[in-house]
Design a protein around this ligand. Sequence first.
Ligand code: BTN
Length: 247
Amino acid sequence: IGQSIVYRDTIDSTNTLAQQLALNGAPEGTVVIADEQTSGRGRRGRQWFSPPHSGIWMSLILRPELPLAHAAQITLVAAVALCQALSRATGVKAGIKWPNDILFDGKKCCGILTEMHAEFDQIHHLVVGIGINVNVPQEDFPDELQDIATSLQAIRGERLPRAQVVRTVLEEFEPLYRQYVANGGFGTLRDAWKANNITLGNRIVAHTARGDIEGKALDIDEFGVLLLEKDNGEREKIYSADITVFT
Ligand code: BTN
């Protein structure tokens, strides 16, 4: 991973360019990275704040030979790698909020946006988009992000060289990715995900397409699906949602 690196000063979205390159045959492990994004995308159609000189806005092109059913699990694999990498880079323990946000002290510093392309029921390629707020002084976040976002600089108390953080992220990601491919899914990384998570055991609200579901986060299964226990004792599987965690 990272044998081939495509760099742009400014781009609309590294995920968009990575999709184009992947469709045109870019090899597995190609990294697309930009200093600034003009239309950085977040999950659920949200925008991703991507100012110049401040963050790591990058997308990985991956071609695991796996059934499409396993594609979404790559996001949890990336979350484990990022949590470990950002803890290493700052010397402060980060935590994973299910499914794939990396937080310090309850504030998000990193998000993951996976996009997939299928051919029949096999993965053709995956684009794993990673956004990390690195050198953003806390006061530079827009008002609406003040209470929910943070950066490595804010946590560490000093600026960090972005190239070094990129290297740390790829170093942590590569072996976990190899495991995911070799074992045909996220299953063997479940314990590592759990060891880094700040979701399980807490009360949560899952904001799903079917509406809000409230309860206690009990566990995740080998596919990364969240198991929630409602107050009436009923259990629900949450496949996809944004969640609020009460700690
Ligand atoms: C989220 O938490 O909502 C996901 C944020 C993902 C942001 C990254 S930045 C690099 C890549 N390009 C994009 O447009 N988005 C992802």
